[in-house]
Design a protein around this ligand. Structure first.
Ligand SMILES: Nc1ncnc2c1ncn2[C@@H]1O[C@H](COP(=O)(O)OP(=O)(O)OP(=O)(O)O)[C@@H](O)[C@H]1O
Length: 584
């Protein structure tokens, strides 16, 4: 698997995020700036207007002026609401756009990964990451480019009002800011630590839950409900601790700001009474100051909370960038097409290691002619799946070369390879849709006649006749409306309509009864005469349809001949075969 790039610092992640997400949306951002400036200017004006209310209306006891001042205050409030509304809408639009864009990018990134990327990680974990990382991306950008700027601009406007009313008191208030930033800095560190764990736990929670639901039949038949519930409860409990840890840190900003507010108001009352008595300041000036301070209080509180939230989101964004930067699958290289190639397969001294210890395939050297039907047999763990995975270039060999039609698979264009090879595995996966849609997935431009031919050859006709809706009957999520054998036949039809050069059947008829198995095998083998076919099988009945049998043992080829020859000369083959005969 390609190595993950090193983790970026929060500052590097922020810079990259703004460059990649904000810059391309500069028009939306510019409009956003207009609304942000509007919000802050009118909030400042609202604070300033209280000076006029007190001095021009109450102190002067001027009733006619009251109308003017009231109209002014209403006007300012309406304008402020308008800009606030626009600002909120843009926040949501930007947030969703960025989240959706990154969720799409991440999903695509995951789809194109090599198969080994998926080993050991539950699908629910992948989905959890995709949704969470994309969402965090949107909220971090909005927090920085909208929430933070709006609140800082509003604070500046209100500080201007404060300074204009009383510069000394304003300086005292501002002097308390370094203290807040120091304390917020400490909280940020704690949030970062908890966030990492929270992300991992959310993934574990999703996979633990989905695993039990997916395996509900096993859970019930082995009475594993209690064990499953306990495993889930453990993760939930652990998660709760982390969430509480984050909440403690995030919400610690609230009492911090409350304390600050209380201190300032207390100081201010003493200072204001002294100033009014000794220096003759007007009550209006003090009202404007205290209103500006109280109005500044909310955005200041939000700024500190937003700073902490940004850190939490940045943990996800950093992980997302790492994921996006991990080099794509090595198996995505190659440019050669397969159009005029005859599908012979050659393994030239191929070895393959999953890990450093024992090889899963050991010096495999053989060739299969175009159009040959080959069975691949061997004990469990012999290397059969690895062999067919290498044929499809799910992995590159550790040593040696795999060739299709004489071409090194590493030089063949990935799309040509996918078009040229059809895999029909034991666990057929069907998408939620009709049988017809699922068959068309094999060859989206197939004609109706080609679809019907595939249906006939896969012995699907009797199934379709019984289903309401026929070919258009819904298969349900992953074919849940069909039986195992019916699913396998839809899978076979989907592969047959593809008209591939190479067909790989991996226990593909295991769920079919003897009669249907025979019908399908006959139609499959006798159609597509030019295609090469590989059958991974434990079923002796498959052997009658093939030209040669490849016998693998501990990753080595221990026999590659006709069934008759192997029966005579190969003890392992005989034992496998006889064993199967006994079981059949
Ligand atoms: N993803 C993997 N990571 C590490 N080792 C693996 C992996 N897949 C298979 N192996 C190992 O490689 C060897 C060959 O496995 P492979 O799946 O090819 O055998 P198989 O013949 O298909 O077995 P079965 O008939 O049981 O499906 C085994 O020892 C197996 O444990």
């Amino acid at each position: 698997m390609p190595a993950m790039p090193a983790e970026a610092t929060p500052m590097q992640t922020t810079k990259r995020l703004l460059k990649e997400e904000l810059l391309p949306r500069w028009k939306l951002f510019t409009l956003n700036v207009v609304f942000m400036v509007g919000v802050s200017v009118f909030t400042g004006l609202l604070a300033w207007s209280t000076k006029r209310i007190v001095n021009d209306v109450f102190v002067s006891e001027n009733v006619s002026e009251a109308w003017m001042v009231a109209a002014l205050v209403i006007g300012i409030s309406v304008a402020k609401s308008f800009f606030q509304y626009g600002n909120s809408v843009i926040q949501t639009v930007m947030n969703r756009q960025i989240a959706a864009h990154n969720q799409r990018a991440l999903f695509e990134n995951v789809l194109y990964r090599d198969v080994d990327f998926f080993a050991g990680l539950h699908p629910a974990k992948h989905m959890q990451r995709i949704m969470m990382f994309g969402k965090s991306c949107g909220s971090v950008v909005v927090s920085i480019a909208n929430k933070l700027i709006t609140d800082v601009l509003t604070l500046i406007a209100l500080v201007i009002v404060m300074v204009r009313q009383d510069a000394t008191m304003s300086l005292i208030c501002l002097g308390l800011f370094p203290l807040i930033f120091f304390m917020v800095g400490r909280l940020i560190k704690s949030v970062r630590k908890h966030s990492k764990h929270e992300t991992e736990l959310l993934q574990v929670m999703a996979s633990t839950g989905v695993e039990s639901i997916e395996g509900i039949r096993t859970v019930k038949s082995y009475a594993l409900e209690e064990k499953s519930a306990r495993r889930f409860a453990d993760v939930v409990e652990d998660l709760e601790k982390r969430v509480v840890g984050i909440a403690k840190a995030t919400n610690a900003t609230v009492p911090l700001m409350e304390l600050l507010g209380g201190v300032v108001i207390g100081l201010f009352v003493m200072y204001a009474s002294w100033q009014t008595i000794t220096n003759g300041k007007t009550p209006g000036e003090f009202t404007a100051f205290i209103t500006a301070f109280l109005l500044a209080y909310q955005p200041a509180e939000r700024v500190s909370k937003t700073l902490v939230d940004i850190q939490k989101g940045l943990v996800h964004v950093t992980m997302m960038h790492q994921m996006l930067d991990t080099p794509q699958a090595a198996t995505r290289s190659g440019t050669l097409q397969l159009d005029d190639v005859k599908p012979s397969i050659a393994f030239e001294d191929v070895s393959f290691y999953y890990a450093d210890d024992a090889p899963a395939l050991h010096n495999v050297d053989l060739s299969i002619q175009a159009g040959e039907r080959i069975a691949i047999v061997g004990r469990s763990g012999a290397g059969k799946t690895t062999f067919i995975d290498l044929c499809q270039r799910f992995y590159d060999p550790t040593d040696g070369v795999v060739r299709l039609g004489g071409l090194d698979l590493r030089e063949v264009a990935p799309d040509a390879l996918r078009d040229g090879i059809a895999l029909i595995s034991q666990d057929v996966f069907l998408f939620d849709g009709s049988i017809h849609d699922n068959i068309l997935d094999g060859h989206p431009t197939a004609t109706e006649a080609q679809v019907l031919d595939a249906v006939r050859r896969a012995a699907l006709e009797p199934v379709i006749e019984k289903l309401q809706g026929g070919l258009n009957a819904a298969v349900g999520p992953n074919g849940s409306n069909l039986s195992g054998g019916q699913k396998q036949r839809v899978g076979i039809a989907r592969a047959l309509v593809k008209q591939a050069k190479v067909y790989i059947f991996d226990e593909a008829t295991s769920a079919l009864d003897g009669e249907n198995d025979r019908a399908v095998m006959e139609a499959v083998v006798q159609g597509a005469k030019d295609s090469t076919m590989l059958f991974v099988t434990h079923r002796p009945s498959t052997l009658e349809w093939v030209d040669r049998v490849l016998v693998l043992d501990h990753g080595r080829v221990v026999g590659f001949d006709t069934h008759e020859a192997l029966m005579v000369e190969n003890a392992l083959y005989r034992s496998l075969f006889n064993l199967e005969m006994d079981q059949a």
